[in-house]
Write a protein that binds this ligand. Structure first.
Ligand code: SF4
Length: 198
């Protein structure tokens, strides 16, 4: 407690309030003004770029080049193929040297690698994750289970191929496919993205 003169006491909260004066305009209002000035022109510029992207022979290859070299797969695993997926990002295979960086939020991902047995119980979760990913997005079915049900194809609980749930761009055979096979599948997808014309 601060004391200025005998009998006059100043509380700590009073000192703090007088030391930091209130700004003339509250901070949140400054941010709102900034957002109002900044967001509409950027949105207009991006809308223009995206509208021209479909037909522009210069912009589209740049979009494709950027997309193919910065794939963000969803960071998740379903079954034993997920171990190979994880190994591909270790020091030996180092998938990140191709610009492939797993992200844990589907909202930041453009690639879903289905790496294991898909059961009907998890099917609606898989579809939700896929729908949360922004466009453009791609799907790789990694291993025999994701491709067609694998050794569990006739089981009542197993989806006989993830293409029954979401569109698949690349299939990788194997039970399990090795990390090299997964990287080969991703490089095939990169070639598809490079040749994209939509
Ligand atoms: S394909 Fe083979 S290794 Fe991969 S999830 Fe199915 S059973 Fe496991």
């Amino acid at each position: 407690m601060g004391v200025t003169s005998p009998g006059t006491a100043i509380s700590p909260s009073h000192v703090a309030a007088s030391a930091v004066p209130e700004p003339a305009v509250p901070f949140w209002e400054i941010e709102t003004v900034r957002a109002k000035e900044f967001i509409p022109p950027v949105r207009e510029a991006l809308r223009d770029v995206v509208a021209r992207k479909g037909s522009d022979p210069v912009i589209q290859p740049v979009f494709n080049w950027a997309g193919r070299n910065s794939l963000f797969p969803l960071h998740w695993g379903l079954a034993c193929c997920a171990i190979e997926f994880a190994a591909a990002f270790g020091a030996r295979w180092d998938a990140e040297r191709f610009g492939i960086v797993p992200r844990s939020s589907p909202r930041q991902c453009d690639l879903m690698i289905v790496n294991g047995t898909v059961t009907w119980k998890v099917a609606h979760k898989l579809i939700t994750l896929y729908e949360q990913m922004p466009e453009p997005k791609w799907v790789i079915a990694m291993g025999n289970c994701a491709t067609g049900g694998g050794p569990f194809r006739s089981a009542y609980s197993v989806v006989p191929g993830v293409d029954k749930l979401v569109p698949v761009d690349v299939y990788i055979a194997g039970c399990p496919p090795r990390p090299e096979a997964m990287l080969d599948g991703i490089l095939r997808l990169e070639r598809l993205i490079q040749d994209r014309r939509e």
